[in-house]
Design a protein around this ligand. Structure first.
Ligand SMILES: [Zn+2]
Length: 295
């Protein structure tokens, strides 16, 4: 666990250009926690760091940043197979990443929850494969990553599919956004962005994002403009041609859906007898949907 956390902090500091923003980092296992894990600043429910928040108010020094985990991870660690250690480590790295993306900069509203989760899930994998102390996970990490991609692809085909960033009218509606679109589609797309931009350019884009927005609220527009500026000013990893517009490309993935895939029966009949001789199912791509959650 120390290898994972120390490697993650070193990676995120380097990638974002921002030092770890809190005085202390704690991990707390909470019985019957209703989600697998949650990044918290302050975490006043835990006796371990009780009082830190009050101290923060008086001294203005950074608070500690505990992450709370569902206790199921403790049981899983009793049988520490590679897969279990890998998934627990990725979860650690994901929540740790939220200390930057989520805590240091929080999106203004639930609309942009999906991009926050996608960035943290992708960067957790990138931190893992980039850290020498975690090299034993290298081969398995990108295999696990495929699970996220397939989750996203499957989710996109549902009639309830929605864009990664969409209009959320009430807090209640945000609960349905913790799905394959956020953790799968956006995560897979972030890997695509990384491949197109390259390590240095994507890092430059996020450094710009933190320079402009640290300790403030942001929107998807801020992410798009910083990544686009970095893409246009650095040499990208892949030449996308003269007509490529980075901002439009990012928005098409983040603020639109592919729409539902259509299935259409194609019947074939014998001309003389009129008997059915064949049936094919033709699969077509759907039109892009509206920028709204369909409920
Ligand atoms: Zn998260």
């Amino acid at each position: 666990m120390f290898d994972v956390v120390e490697s993650g902090i070193a990676f995120y500091q380097n990638f974002t250009g921002q030092p770890f923003p809190y005085r202390q980092y704690c991990q707390v296992f909470v019985p019957e926690h209703n989600s697998f894990a949650m990044q918290n600043v302050g975490c006043v429910t835990s006796g371990v760091i009780e009082g830190n928040e009050a101290e923060y108010v008086h001294t203005n020094s950074p608070p500690s940043s505990p992450i709370t985990f569902n206790e199921s991870y403790i049981w899983e660690l009793k049988e520490a197979t590679l897969t279990k250690r890998l998934k627990f480590s990725l979860c650690n790295l994901h929540e740790l990443c939220h200390c930057w993306f989520g805590n240091m900069i929080t999106f203004k509203w639930w609309d942009d929850l999906g991009i926050d989760e996608g960035i943290c899930t992708f960067l957790a994998h990138l931190a893992m494969v980039s850290s020498p102390r975690l090299s034993h996970f290298n081969e398995a990490a990108w295999i696990t990553f495929l699970e996220y991609k397939y989750w996203g692809i499957g989710r996109e085909g549902f009639s309830s599919c929605h864009p990664v960033c969409c209009q959320v009218q009430k807090t209640d509606m945000s609960e349905i956004l913790y799905d394959g679109t956020a953790y799968g589609k956006c995560t897979g797309f972030m890997k695509q962005v990384y491949k197109v931009m390259g390590h240095e350019a994507m890092s430059a884009g996020f450094k710009l994002y933190f320079e402009r927005n640290a300790y403030k609220n942001s929107t998807v527009d801020d992410v798009v403009s910083c990544l686009s500026e970095a893409f246009n000013s650095q040499s990208p990893a892949i030449d996308m041609g003269p007509d490529f517009n980075m901002a439009s490309w990012l928005r098409s993935w983040l603020q639109e859906t592919s729409g539902n895939v259509t299935l259409e029966p194609v019947l074939e009949f014998d001309q003389d007898t009129g008997k059915l001789t064949g049936l094919k199912i033709r699969q077509g791509l759907g039109m892009r949907g509206q920028n709204l959650i369909k409920v």
